[in-house]
Structure formats: C-alpha cells, structure tokens
Design a protein around this ligand. Sequence first.
Ligand code: 2BA
Length: 108
Amino acid sequence: MKLIVAIVQDQDVNALMDALTEKKYRVTKLSSTGGFLKSGNTTLLIGVEDDKVNEVKELVDHNCKTREITTSLLTVTMPGDTFVPYPLEVKVGGATLFVLNVDEFLRV
Ligand code: 2BA
C-alpha cells in the first residue's frame, strides 16, 4: 500500500476531490501553507493499493493546472531605508506529489 501526499492549489481541490471520490478513493483534506509564497494551499492524503497509484496520478494531472502568479514577495532596500515591493513571476503547480510506502494500514 502507498500513501500519496498531494499538495495542490486551492482552486483545483474541489474538482480533484470530486474525481477521486467518484472513483471510490478515500481522501483526507488538510489546509496547508506554502513556505515560499506563504499563502494557502491544500494537502490531500490518499491511501491506495500499489496498483492504483498511476490512476491517482492521472486524476491529479487531469484536474490540477499550472498557473503563473505575480507576487510582490521580495522587497529591495532603497537609499533612505525605503522598501520597494519587487514583482516576482512564479509558476505554481499543477501539484506536488510524494508517494510513500505504508508499513501498516488499520481501521479500527
Ligand atoms: P510554496 O512553497 O509557496 O511555493 C510556490 C511556488 O514557488 C513553487 O511551486 C515554486 O514554483 C516556487 N518556489 C518554491 N520555493 C522556491 C525557492 N526556494 N526559490 C524559487 N522559487 C520557489 P511548486 O513547486 O509547484 O510548489 C507548490 C507548493 O508545493 C509549495 O508552495 C509547497 O507548499 C509545496 N512543495 C513543493 N515542493 C515541496 C517539497 N520539496 N517539500 C514540501 N513541500 C513542497
């Protein structure tokens, strides 16, 4: 068995969760925050049999889009200690996946 940890953009979560639950996958949704942009994203925990990993990857691929985001995350210091927001183009997603081996799965 595998545990798929999928970090996805908030905009894609509902469509992805609908697609997963329609195929009878069990999913846990966690609110999370990206360390770089410091803005919200969503982490899904999906426990699956080994032979289902590829189907889950395909559903993620189908439902999660790459987006270009312009952020003023960085600031540059100007003479006189003025901070000027520095626009930064960042490409986010479609999704970041970790596929982990599960030693034991229990539902009690
Ligand atoms: P964030 O950390 O907010 O990162 C958002 C996007 O910013 C990333 O998109 C990437 O394009 C860029 N980015 C991140 N760190 C960077 C850095 N040190 N320098 C330059 N650009 C950087 P994605 O790669 O698609 O990642 C989307 C979200 O997935 C991340 O949000 C983070 O929450 C998670 N993530 C990505 N890789 C991870 C990893 N190796 N471990 C844990 N979480 C990860």
